[in-house]
Design a protein around this ligand. Structure first.
Ligand SMILES: Nc1nc2c(c(=O)[nH]1)N[C@H]1C(S)=C(S)[C@@H](COP(=O)(O)O)O[C@H]1N2
Ligand SMILES: [Mo]
Length: 511
């Protein structure tokens, strides 16, 4: 009996797993850089996030980052199994496959802005080398002639070989999984424990802090201020960039009179403005939760732009992050009086790493993908035509004002008891403000809801409506009107290319 297609595939998959695990283990060493698999996943996102628009929306989300990493492992291991399946040339196909994957891996890795080329090359070389050796060894134990001429049966040794084949494959899998498991845990812990050179925040001198009479006491309502730990997170980063403030500075350049470079200390020292602003993701469906409200402390963008001196004709502020993300917005929005900050703090603490430490942009009224650059490294003044931000060639609109929207949060349950029932939620139109919220039961007349105080027109407002619930099934709808008198668009539309519209509805059973 010679090697079966199954055992050849198994040899390929095992060798690929050992190769990947070795490369991952070694590339985990530099906690500022992505690992090989992370780099592959990030490059995949860059290449296909535009094509697979719905998938892309999913890929941004925190839960889908894990899926992307697991997907990368699965695809590579499956391809290796396929490549080594044919009876003839099993070894040659595997080698070819290794060379191709190695090259793709190399390009994917070194083109990442945060790559550590030396670590990457060592990781790939050792991973591929080890995978190759293992494959050759397994192939010979498997009875696949390593010289590739044919499957040669070795009658007397077949049983012993098979046992040794299983022993080598098994211990390789266990060893590789153990190594990569330990490496991941050590990497996670060391990333989590890296001290950040934090500056104490200056006392804010301008802006408004929250003293609004909120509806926070309504059971189940979204709190007016979103705590940092509950704040939605959306970005293309598989690894959250860990910025060393000693190495970092913020550059303001391009079409300016005086290019500036600001250290973290200098930025924090000037971060004396505090403003509450609601930010939202363009991928937020009607009724979705990719939206949050925080007190941001920082420097008005206009102050920094004045210091640099913006040239006439510089119609775009093009922001760059340390990990290569970019966003572009009209220069005008930084100067038209709305809240637009270079933020260094969120709800009274330095920006959490996930939300852009050491500095990010916060611009009232624009979706995050065109404005809210986290891990900010550079503000480039340019023309509107000269550059497109990360998501623009991937099918999203270049102009992206946040659309008026409203959401029903209360009651949380689908079934309620008859009688007086509070209906409550949030409504937003950042930079314009919400004037009115109306509720309709079973497509009946629109009835005015009560609004809580908001700190300013850059935030969402909480609303509440007292409903006399009668037994049966009911549909509740909500709509908001902004301070310009514009009523929320009722046409149901999904998120691409510039934000969802339509009314949020809840179906309730009253008993
Ligand atoms: N560096 C970087 N900044 C980014 C992004 C990104 O992918 N990378 N995503 C943007 C998008 S799409 C949104 S909606 C906001 C989300 O900010 P948050 O994660 O702090 O809620 O960040 C923006 N800033
Ligand atoms: Mo977003």
């Amino acid at each position: 009996m010679g090697a079966s297609p199954v055992s050849r595939s198994f040899a390929g998959a095992t060798s690929a797993f050992a190769a990947l695990a070795t490369a991952e283990t070694i590339s985990s060493v530099d906690t500022q850089a992505p690992t090989i698999v992370e780099a592959a996943g990030l490059t995949f996102t860059d290449l296909f996030a535009g094509t697979l628009k719905d998938v892309a929306v999913a890929i941004f989300g925190i839960h889908h980052k894990t899926a992307l990493v697991i997907g990368t492992w699965t695809v590579i291991i499956s391809l290796a199994a396929l490549a080594s399946r044919p009876a003839a040339h099993s070894r040659r196909y595997f080698r070819l496959f290794t060379a191709v994957i190695g090259l793709i891996g190399f390009i994917a890795y070194v083109t990442r802005p945060l790559a550590n080329t030396i670590v990457g090359v060592i990781a790939l070389a050792l991973g591929l080398g080890l995978g190759s050796l293992l494959h050759r060894h397994l192939a010979s134990l498997n009875g696949t002639d390593p010289t590739e001429h044919a499957d040669i049966e070795m009658p007397g040794t077949a049983l012993g070989s098979r046992r040794r084949f299983m022993a080598v494959a098994g211990s390789s899998i266990v060893g590789a999984a153990g190594a990569v498991g330990v490496a991941k845990v050590v990497r996670q812990n060391s990333i989590a424990s890296q001290p950040q050179a934090l500056q104490p925040l200056p006392a804010p001198v301008t802006g408004t802090t929250v003293d609004a009479a909120t509806f926070d006491s309504i059971d189940g309502i979204t709190p007016y201020i979103t705590p940092n730990d509950n704040f939605y997170r959306i970005d293309t980063a598989l690894v959250v960039p860990k910025v060393d403030t000693q190495q970092w500075s913020l550059t303001i350049d391009g079409m300016v009179d005086t290019p500036l470079s600001l250290t973290y200390e200098e930025l924090v020292a000037q971060s004396t403005t505090i403003e509450t602003v609601t930010i939202a993701c363009v991928s937020n469906e009607v009724g979705g939760d990719l939206v949050g409200n925080a007190e941001w402390q920082g420097i008005p963008l206009s102050t920094i732009l004045q210091q640099a001196g913006v040239n006439a004709g510089a119609t775009q502020i093009f922001s760059h992050s340390v990990d290569g993300f970019t966003a572009g917005m009209p220069t005008e929005v930084a100067l038209d009086g709305r809240t637009a900050l270079i933020a260094t703090a969120m709800n009274g603490s330095p920006l959490p790493t996930r939300h852009g430490f050491p500095a990010r942009l916060i611009v009232s009224g624009l979706y995050g993908y065109v404005s809210a650059t986290k891990w900010l490294s550079r503000l480039e003044l340019t023309t509107w035509e000269a550059a497109d931000g990360y998501w623009i060639p991937r099918g999203w609109s270049k102009e992206a004002p946040i659309k008026i929207t409203s959401r029903i949060d209360v009651p949380q349950r689908k079934t309620v008891s008859a009688g007086l029932t509070p209906i409550a939620g949030i409504a937003l139109s950042p930079s314009v403000g919400i004037a009115d919220v109306h509720v309709s039961v079973d497509d009946g007349p629109w009835q005015r809801a009560e609004l809580a105080d908001a700190t300013n027109d850059n935030t969402w407002v909480q609303w509440s409506f007292k409903w006399e619930a009668t037994t049966g099934d009911h549909t509740i709808s909500v709509r908001a009107t902004d301070r310009n008198g514009v009523v929320q668009d009722e046409t149901p539309r999904s998120v691409a290319p510039d934000g969802a519209t339509g009314y949020h509805q809840r179906r309730l059973t009253v008993q």
